[in-house]
Design a protein around this ligand. Structure first.
Ligand code: PHB
Length: 361
């Protein structure tokens, strides 16, 4: 296992935070769920807020008893690194992949730079888990992947703040000034997001402006208040949908963001990555055990069905919750969808089922 960054960097980088029911169960079943069980926050609902009113979607009630766990991605990374090292495995940090050659199963190699030198790792297969900008997808033969993408014309300004969350459940808020999301990381840490222009810069968002904008967007008719505190971190995320098809070239298997990006509105990115790896692990196990390549041959199609289901859900959530300047028609349609999602009928159930457990099916 090669990791370009330091252990400290990957264990503290703030990323996603929502584990689906099936993702949490997989961590448990794999023996790495101990700290998640102790420190993760189990949620049974989310709030949809629009037109100044709060509407609770009771996820657990609508999804046959399932729930989500709010647990930061960097915490999952810590648990996985500890488990790997604890089992006598090797994780080589500060080892940057520069190219992959993987013409067929059993014949692959990774060129990487470590300690100022270029080295070669020979292997049977390569799991390309190196993200959207990684070297794996880029080093496949020309034409190996067809890339399908869609860029949403806005970004998210994300904030980590040292203040107890003003809510027990996540709040997804549509406002004419733009989308806002109230999430959390712990009883003392709030995670908040604002829809901004895609080329926005954090320097233009001093803390006071962020709180002022959050207050305006989250305002309700019944006078809900937002607690404020020191901003510890700010960043801007572009909103992109991307899929590389198929997710395999020879002995190179793409997994996670190297193969697909979803906008964060549906909270699916980390869950999809975990699901890819679960599928790949089962296929590799079968191949090593019996020599049967069938599951490896099925890997891409199996994953892509799930990836496109997640793209559909993320696009639904994104379009429903983000206003576009001047798009009155789109706004009316989105409000009609929000009313259905809040009405506790079939649309709410459909949302709840996909929010809670899309990637493990
Ligand atoms: C987060 O807590 O970072 C988070 C939660 C829900 C989302 C996106 C991000 O949809």
């Amino acid at each position: 296992m090669l990791e370009a960054r330091t252990r400290d960097y990957v264990e503290h980088r703030i990323r996603a935070g929502v584990l689906e029911h099936g993702t949490a169960r997989l961590l448990e079943d794999s023996g790495v769920g101990g700290r998640m069980r102790a420190e993760g926050l189990v949620h049974h609902g989310i709030e949809l807020r629009f037109e100044g009113q709060a509407h609770r979607v009771p996820l657990t009630e609508l999804s046959g008893g399932r729930s989500i766990v709010v647990y930061g991605q960097q915490e999952v990374v810590k648990d996985l690194v500890a488990a790997r090292l604890g089992a006598g495995g090797e994780v080589r940090f500060e080892a940057e992949c520069v190219g992959v050659d993987a013409p067929e199963l059993g014949k692959a190699s990774i060129r990487y730079r470590a300690g100022g030198e270029e080295r070669l790792l020979e292997c049977d297969v390569v799991a390309g888990c190196d993200g959207f900008h990684g070297a794996c997808r880029a080093s496949a033969p020309p034409g190996a992947f067809r890339e399908v993408e869609h860029t949403h014309p806005f970004g998210w300004l994300g904030v980590l703040a040292a203040v107890p969350p003003s809510t027990e459940e996540l709040i997804y808020c549509r406002h004419e000034r733009g989308f806002a999301l109230h999430s959390l990381r712990s009883p003392e840490l709030s995670r908040l997001y604002l829809q901004v222009d895609p080329d926005e810069r954090t320097e233009r968002w001093p803390d006071e402006r962020i709180w002022e904008e959050l207050r305006r967007r989250f305002a309700t008719e019944d006078g809900w208040t937002l607690a404020e505190g020191p901003v510890l971190e700010k960043s801007i995320t572009a909103m992109k949908s991307f899929v590389a098809e198929p997710m395999r070239s020879g002995a190179l298997f793409l997994a996670g963001d190297s193969a697909h990006i979803v906008p964060p509105t549906g909270a699916k990115g980390m869950n999809l990555a975990v699901a890819d790896v679960r599928t790949l692990a089962a296929a590799l196990l079968e191949w090593y055990r019996s020599g049967d390549e069938q599951l490896l041959d099925d890997y891409s199609a199996t994953c892509l069905r799930r990836v496109w289901a997640a793209q559909e859900f993320s696009t639904y959530m994104t379009r429903m919750l983000h206003p576009l300047p001047g798009d009155d028609f789109g706004s009316r349609i989105a409000l009609a969808q929000l009313r259905q999602a809040a009405a506790l009928g079939a649309a709410s159930t459909h949302l709840a089922e996909r929010y809670v457990d899309l990637c493990s099916v």
